[in-house]
Design a protein around this ligand. Sequence first.
Ligand SMILES: [Fe+2]
Length: 193
Amino acid sequence: MTYLTVYTDDATPETLLRTSDSAEIATTLKEIGVRLRHWDTIEGLSGAAQDEILTAYRDQVAAVIAEEGYTFVDVAQLHPDDTPDWPDRAADARAKFLAEHTHDDDEVRFFVAGSGIFYLHVNGRVHAVLCEPGDLLSVPKLTTHWFDMGTHPDFTAIRFFHDDDGWVGNFTGDPIATRIPDYDTIAADRGQE
Ligand SMILES: [Fe+2]
């Protein structure tokens, strides 16, 4: 289930809210211009080929494209495997967007399988949204944010873009991400609720 934690962004962040109530999460995110919607999930697509995933969700994807004008859709996924270089690949993938950044395009992701946390740093607060299968999160362009897939990445997500090059990360240099609990910590917190 989707799980939201809100922190202050000061030197010693305080937790302001913890909730897995989907209506409360959607309302809280709406206040910062971020949209969270839910689609019914289709099972058995973790690790499936991109075409199979996009075909399974074709009606939902087409509706989002028609509404919001995206021109490019793909599938990003990462799953643990037994190869010796998996730990390094997992760490590299995790590190890529683990520091605060913005994009010149919206960041829109639908979680087909697995999970990850988007941290949205807006108005002096950090909103950590743990996304799970069925969540479609729309982060508007130029929103300061980062993403943590945890130390054991495992997710399959559909991505929507307005163009091919809007999704470069513009890093802010703010070390805020190092002060806020990471994916592993929040996922453990949630598990104890
Ligand atoms: Fe990003």
